[in-house]
Design a binder for this molecule. Structure first.
Ligand code: C2E
Ligand code: MG
Ligand code: MG
Ligand code: MG
Length: 282
């Protein structure tokens, strides 16, 4: 009995692992192809000033529409691209699209791009970035770099500090994404040349009812103020969240309450639509 059960389990295990490996291989192949054929798209989510309800910036978010599987989340294919050593290639394509959109739509507000930790460690990172911007005649002040706390590896603290200082001198805006989910020490954070903290969605989700989250959000806002940084809340979906954040002194927000990430033509008309009298570009 036990032996049989064991054997069955073993077979099941083998089969599912084989299946999983096959799926992974298929996805890998599909991602390589998507990159080769430049099939990835870039959508944009507005960042809104809570005081004026004006759009003050955009965040570029990569999108992959797979022929069979439909929409695949960047939360799953970004780690895959990192694993396959394709993240810099992917990022180059995202930035190129961002540059074209800034040029074609004559955007004046900064556009944020997400930077993976692996990418930041590449010695050519800043050169590649500047080279690409020059190609499209885009100034660094048009680009904001969103780094997660995982980009701030303690072993690389001095190198990262030097790199960020250099980038900021070039004119790039720098923000810390998903803030509060990592382990960056406050003394290190204080030394970093950054502009903005983005409060992670997990602390925003249950505002204002969850009192722990409320206190964490308030603490992050207070800390940002003390360090002279801007602060933006991500994942704002309800007016009650917005009201709480505004009263707590948070200056900006991003989330479905305003708009999801949209393709540039849709975002462009959203920005200019008159029915959107509350939230529009200034
Ligand atoms: P992130 O940078 O923290 O981006 C915020 C994510 O939350 C986005 O998911 C966005 O669509 C989603 N979101 C925005 N507002 C709301 C809301 O009100 N409610 C909810 N439930 N979700 C909201 P997305 O686009 O799936 O991206 C996931 C993550 O993938 C991003 O997290 C970012 O870390 C990464 N990512 C996306 N694009 C790129 C890219 O071009 N390069 C790199 N390296 N990473 C990227
Ligand atoms: Mg981000
Ligand atoms: Mg984020
Ligand atoms: Mg997040």
């Amino acid at each position: 009995q036990a032996k049989n059960a064991g054997r069955n389990q073993y077979c099941f295990y083998q089969e599912s692992v084989g299946q999983q490996t096959q799926n992974e291989l298929k996805l890998e192949q599909a991602l390589r192809q998507a990159l080769q054929q430049q099939h990835l798209e870039v959508f944009y989510q507005p960042k809104v000033c809570l005081q004026t309800q004006h759009v003050t910036g955009l965040e570029a978010l990569v999108r992959w529409q797979h022929r069979e599987h439909g929409f695949i989340s960047p939360a799953s294919f970004i780690p895959l691209a990192e694993k396959l050593g394709l993240i810099s290639l992917l990022s180059d394509q995202v930035l190129a699209q961002v540059c074209r959109d800034i040029r074609d739509y004559q955007l004046t507000m900064p556009v944020a791009i997400n930077i993976s930790a692996l990418q930041l460690l590449e010695p050519t990172f800043s050169q590649r970035l500047q080279h690409q911007l020059q190609q499209y005649h885009i100034a660094p002040k048009c680009i904001e770099l969103e780094l997660t706390e995982s980009c701030l590896i303690p072993e690389q603290a001095d190198a990262t500090l030097a790199l960020l200082t250099h980038l900021r001198q070039q004119g790039f805006r720098i923000s810390i994404d998903d803030f509060g989910t990592g382990y960056s020490s406050l003394s290190y954070l204080r030394r970093l040349p950054i502009d903005c903290l983005k409060i992670d969605r997990s602390f925003v989700d249950e505002l204002p009812d969850n009192s722990e989250d409320a206190q964490i959000a308030q603490a992050i806002i207070a800390m940002a103020k003390a360090l002279g940084l801007d602060v933006i809340a991500e994942g704002v979906e309800h007016p009650q969240q917005q009201a709480f954040l505004f009263n707590a002194g948070c200056s900006m927000a991003q989330g479905y309450l305003y708009a999801p990430a949209l393709a540039m033509p849709e975002l462009h008309s959203w920005l200019h639509t008159t029915t959107n009298s509350e939230t529009r570009a200034h």
